[in-house]
Design a protein around this ligand. Structure first.
Ligand code: 13P
Ligand code: SF4
Length: 308
């Protein structure tokens, strides 16, 4: 039997729900029950009624699903599917910042470790970050972690000054201004859409900046026929499905040794094969110590309430 068919069969037998991020491979997205951005995945996990949730994405997404629905068994098909941005900001740096700026509100991007979340006042995703920052009283200072690029973008948009951490997404910093200008010159009718994890020189050239789901919405509603898309190419599967008559151009990474596609490698660790194994053997289960879970839950719930 084909792997995809077997996945569907076992999913039903075990009453499991498969949630996938837009950066997953086409085959994984095809067998999933729901595809979304970080916020949508968290919302879907929160209201899931299945016995098992399998999160096809990176670790912090599975961890967030567990935090929001702790009585469910939450699985991730590859336990090494981490997020570079989250993994490159440590709790100790946050604690130093908190000591120095003890009266500041700590806003952390959902792409962060559970330890960092537990020491934060509120979490945000790229789709609700502006709203979350604007919910903080104007006289309050803000520490923003861990993505300096999203932080810079938010300072620009909201006019708020923030103390920034210095992590970044290794995928989104691989877009080159030179390459972008070359492609734009050859495609003057194309609009540029970018994820806010991109660096500022790229952001300033974009016609639209938003989360993966916001980019998808924009290209579906917008009247142009061609787009230069500055985010991970997994998003193309949904883009093409929703807009079969439009053209989408993706840029390769500026470091050519990385290949021709600007992939998030850890997102791509999830395959049909390990998804099937996850369902069959119920691995790898996300286990979180109760006290830590409760501490990290508070700032996530605050975000969920503000995102309704
Ligand atoms: P979104 O929440 O916009 O899907 O972003 C998640 C992510 O990891 C982008 O690199
Ligand atoms: Fe993390 Fe970047 Fe991959 Fe998104 S694309 S999961 S931010 S490493």
């Amino acid at each position: 039997m084909e792997i995809a068919e077997r996945i569907k069969e076992i999913k039903k037998e075990k009453n499991a729900l498969i949630l996938a991020h837009y950066y997953q491979s086409e085959e994984v997205q095809e067998v999933s029950d729901f595809i979304g951005d970080s916020l949508q995945l968290a919302q879907a996990a929160q209201k899931a009624e299945s016995d098992i949730i399998v999160l096809c994405g990176v670790y912090f997404m599975a961890e967030t699903a567990k935090i929001l629905n702790e009585n469910k068994k939450v699985l991730i098909p590859d336990k090494y599917a981490g997020c570079f941005l989250a993994d490159n900001f440590s709790l100790s740096t946050l604690l130093k910042l908190k000591k120095l700026y003890s009266d500041h509100v700590v806003v952390s991007y959902i792409n962060s470790s559970i330890d960092v979340k537990a020491e934060s006042d509120i979490i945000c995703t790229s789709s609700n970050a502006i709203k979350i920052i604007e919910s903080i009283p104007k006289d309050k200072g803000i520490i923003f972690t861990p993505d300096k690029n999203l932080g810079n973008y938010l300072m620009n948009i909201t006019g708020r000054k923030m103390i920034l951490a210095d992590s970044h997404c290794y995928v989104h910093v691989q877009f080159s201004v030179d390459m972008l200008l070359d492609v734009k010159e050859r495609n003057l009718d194309a609009k540029i859409v970018a994820h806010p994890e991109c660096e500022m020189p790229i952001i300033t050239l974009a016609d639209f900046v938003g989360s993966t789901s916001q980019i998808l919405n924009f290209v579906s509603k917008d009247s142009s026929k061609k787009y230069i898309v500055l985010t991970e190419p997994g998003i193309l599967y949904k883009m093409k499905k929703q807009n079969p008559d439009k053209e989408f151009i993706f840029l390769p990474p500026k470091d050519l040794s990385l290949g021709t596609e600007n992939y998030c490698r850890t997102m791509k660790l999830i395959t049909l094969e390990n998804l099937l194994e996850a369902l069959l053997y119920e691995k790898f289960e996300v286990i979180i110590e109760k006290e830590l879970l409760e501490k990290a839950k508070k700032p996530i719930i605050k975000m969920m309430e503000l995102s309704k």
